[in-house]
Design a protein around this ligand. Structure first.
Ligand code: AMP
Ligand code: MN
Ligand code: MN
Ligand code: MN
Length: 278
């Protein structure tokens, strides 16, 4: 069976994307996407906004990308096919929103310690009602002319190991898997090769993820190499996991990403989309 054109991982202004949910939907339509999952970081607000709109033939899969911890590392889990009305999930997301607000205050303090001009108010304004994150600080630093682009802001101040990469007691991976399941969704390890882990480590993550009840892994996303994809497909196959794919689209400004744009899959066996489409 051929799959419809889909994107199961992208962001809007409800988190760190630059398009409103409505504009994202329009872009998806113009890109010929038939099934779209909006997976904003730690929130369903963008999904809720889309559910109030006329989707004009696009199937919306309610999703989110949860920040969680495994062995002290931050891992992202994509949840797909969730019930946006689920109370356990909403309470869980409310806690993440609180953690993100607390973290943003700490990030602001760390940046000032590094001699960076104050950007807390700007970062908050850029996040608006959305899930505040490091990209809002990065954008604020660009707007102030303090760095040339967001990558430089991450490289110098906000990225892994830098002072602005403030550690938080994010929920454990197993809790994230549980709450997604409780909300009727499936859990997918996002971009497994983007955590600077060896494949041995990734296999160990996958083993714990499966023990917790996890369902699948992303095998295609921008930056994945053919060799990575081969390894990821093998891991999925040998563990009987679902496979997923998405663009992780955040903004049209980064010319190389777009909705529906990710490397072709080598196989669509056990594709999560088959569970999600009507
Ligand atoms: P946060 O969820 O606040 O920890 O921020 C993580 C987000 O920052 C990711 O989802 C990306 O959108 C963005 N990001 C992470 N690393 C970089 C980087 N090196 N350059 C630009 N954006 C990044
Ligand atoms: Mn992001
Ligand atoms: Mn991610
Ligand atoms: Mn993402």
């Amino acid at each position: 069976m051929d799959l419809p054109r889909y994107d199961l991982h992208c962001h809007s202004t409800a988190s760190d994307g630059s398009l409103s949910p409505a504009d994202l939907l329009n872009r998806a339509r113009s890109r010929g996407i038939e099934v779209l999952s909006l997976t904003d970081h730690d929130t369903l607000e963008g999904v809720r906004e889309l559910m109030r709109q006329d989707l004009e033939g696009i199937q919306l899969v309610p999703g989110t990308e949860l920040t969680c911890l495994w062995q002290g590392r931050v891992i992202h889990l994509v949840g797909l096919g969730l019930d946006p009305e689920n109370n356990d999930l909403q309470a869980y997301l409310n806690n993440l929103a609180l953690l993100r607000r607390q973290r943003s205050e700490k990030i602001a303090r760390q940046l000032e310690k590094m001699g960076v001009p104050p950007v807390y108010a700007e970062a908050q304004a850029l996040a608006g009602k959305g899930s505040i994150g490091r990209p809002h600080f990065a954008r604020a630093l660009v707007e102030k002319g303090f760095v040339v682009n967001e990558q430089q802001a991450f490289k110098k101040y906000l990225g892994a190991g830098k002072k602005g990469d403030v550690k938080m007691p994010w929920p454990d991976l197993a809790d994230a898997v549980s709450v997604l399941k409780a909300a009727g969704g499936v859990s997918i390890i996002a971009h497994p090769t983007k955590y600077k882990m060896t494949f041995t480590k990734i296999r160990s993550l996958v083993a714990d993820f499966i023990a917790a009840g996890g369902d699948g892994i992303e095998v295609s996303y921008p930056g994945v190499t053919p060799d990575h994809q081969l390894h990821l497909n093998r891991i999925a196959e040998s563990n009987n996991l679902l496979v997923s794919a998405g663009s992780d689209f955040h903004t049209p400004d980064a010319g190389w990403t777009d909705l529906g744009k990710y490397p072709p899959l080598k196989t669509t066996k056990n594709h999560v989309l088959r569970l999600l489409i009507n």
